[in-house]
Design a protein around this ligand. Structure first.
Ligand code: ZN
Length: 443
């Protein structure tokens, strides 16, 4: 009986105190970027002297005459080209195989490096990617026991800077995945597993997709034809249906024409690698609007030689895909160490293949930005420099429409409205927190 009036009194006190303090909310920090040139990759054009207003983690306004709020931090990029962040549509941040001690055989990397160690390496690789301007990375498996989910969560929670991670969890394939395990290995699942999730029957396919969803995947990755029997079009349809229940898409690792045919027939979202993609497959992919993540390896990576014949095939395939209007993404599969280069610098070396395929700079820029947002399913929230979008953007000297090499000299990076790199130097202090700042319950 006594509590009721006391509670009522408390309520009215609270109402009064709120009414007396309407400005209790802290003002949203505003940042204004003066862009000498602003690249719109969709239109393939540059707009001069634009102002970008960022409030909190979002772009509020863009244009030549945006009003600058009092007290706003002004960043002068009037000598730069500001542009949307880059996307690598196929990488593996928790895997770096190297000459020592494993002689570049990643089978041994799995044996020697724990998931925990690889997660820390993934955090470092993520920062290296961000420093080169990659604000989104699709991380397509081979990350130990869900190190990719841990990386995504740590970045989303605000513990560390990094690209937005669209991760696949474990790659699903027939027993052994991309490997041919010994019976001992396969039976106990304690060597080279958990790199792969076995799924050889319809029940196992459903269960494997659900396991990845439960453990934080954002996309499903399957081995279409890593085994001689591979998956039929019907089996791939089952993956696609099961993933679609939670709005996820399916990427297929494809290495044979037969595998490509089955994946295309099943209406897969994206195909990784180009070895199975001949002219007929490109025609079918263009008809169905299937993304090509060709992972088009250049011939200039020290310690990772590509034969002239193999490189010519890669270039010819990319050229054919472009001519046939296959939807193209910039994708690297760069999951190895190249002496003297960061992970981001290694990825940008892949521009050489696109140049050698004679793809116009405007279309390379579309592939590495807009198409990347689309294949990552972020195109309505993150990517374009437009009002309402999350504030990810980068700046380079020069004009990448004239010289695509300009992408290799990223001087400025903003991620989620925070400055990560300025005047060519990483300045990540604003990203580090002792605890989650964006919600702990992120799966
Ligand atoms: Zn890969």
């Amino acid at each position: 009986m006594l509590k009721r009036p006391a509670a009522a009194a408390l309520c009215s006190t609270l109402v009064l105190s709120f009414a007396a303090a309407p400005a209790a909310q802290p003002p949203v920090a505003a940042t204004v970027i003066r862009a000498g040139r602003l690249l719109d990759p969709e239109a393939g054009r540059i707009l001069a002297n634009q102002i970008i207003l960022v409030e909190g983690n979002r772009i509020r306004d863009v244009g030549p005459n945006v009003a600058i709020p009092a007290g706003a931090q002004v960043i002068d990029l009037s000598r730069m080209t500001v542009m949307p962040g880059l996307v690598d549509a196929h990488n593996h941040l928790a895997l770096t195989y190297k000459p020592e001690p494993e002689n570049n055989v990643y089978y041994y990397t799995y044996v020697q490096e724990s998931t925990a160690l690889r997660a820390i390496q993934a955090a470092s690789n993520g920062m290296q990617m961000l420093s080169s301007g990659f604000t989104i990375v699709r991380d397509m498996g081979n990350n130990g026991n869900y190190a990719d989910t841990a990386l995504r969560q740590a970045i989303e929670q605000g513990w560390i800077p990094g690209p937005t991670i669209i991760n696949s969890g474990l790659i699903i394939g027939g027993m052994g995945g991309q490997f041919f395990p010994t019976p001992e290995m396969a039976k106990e699942h304690n060597i080279v597993y958990p790199e792969y999730l076995d799924a050889d029957t319809p029940d196992e396919i459903v269960k494997a997709v659900r396991q990845n969803v439960l453990f934080g995947a954002r996309v499903i990755k399957i081995c279409v034809d890593c085994k001689p029997y591979g998956y039929t079009a019907d089996e791939i349809r089952l993956f696609v249906r099961e993933a679609a229940k939670v709005g996820m898409k399916v990427e297929g690792h494809v290495q044979t024409v037969n595998g490509a045919r089955n994946a295309i027939e099943a209406g897969i979202w994206s195909i990784a690698h180009s070895t199975g993609l001949n002219e007929e497959m490109h025609t079918l992919m263009a008809q169905k609007g299937i993304w090509r993540a060709g992972t088009d390896t250049p011939d200039t990576l020290a310690g990772h030689p590509v034969s002239p014949q193999a490189y010519q095939r890669t270039v010819a395939s990319l050229k054919d895909a472009y001519a046939k209007k296959v939807p193209l993404t910039f994708s690297t599969d760069a999951d190895y160490y190249v002496a003297g280069k960061t992970r981001g610098e290694v990825c940008l070396e892949f521009l050489k293949t696109w140049k050698d395929a004679a793809i116009p700079n405007a279309d390379i820029l579309r592939a590495i930005t807009i198409n990347g947002y689309k294949v990552s399913q972020t195109e309505t929230t993150r990517g374009p420099i437009k009002a309402g979008y999350i504030a990810d953007l980068i700046a380079v000297p020069g004009n990448p429409l004239d010289d695509i090499e300009a992408l290799k000299t990223v001087q400025f990076v903003m991620k989620d409205g925070l400055v990560f790199k300025r005047d060519g130097v990483m300045t990540p202090a604003a990203f580090f927190h002792g605890g989650p700042v964006n919600g702990w319950r992120i799966r």
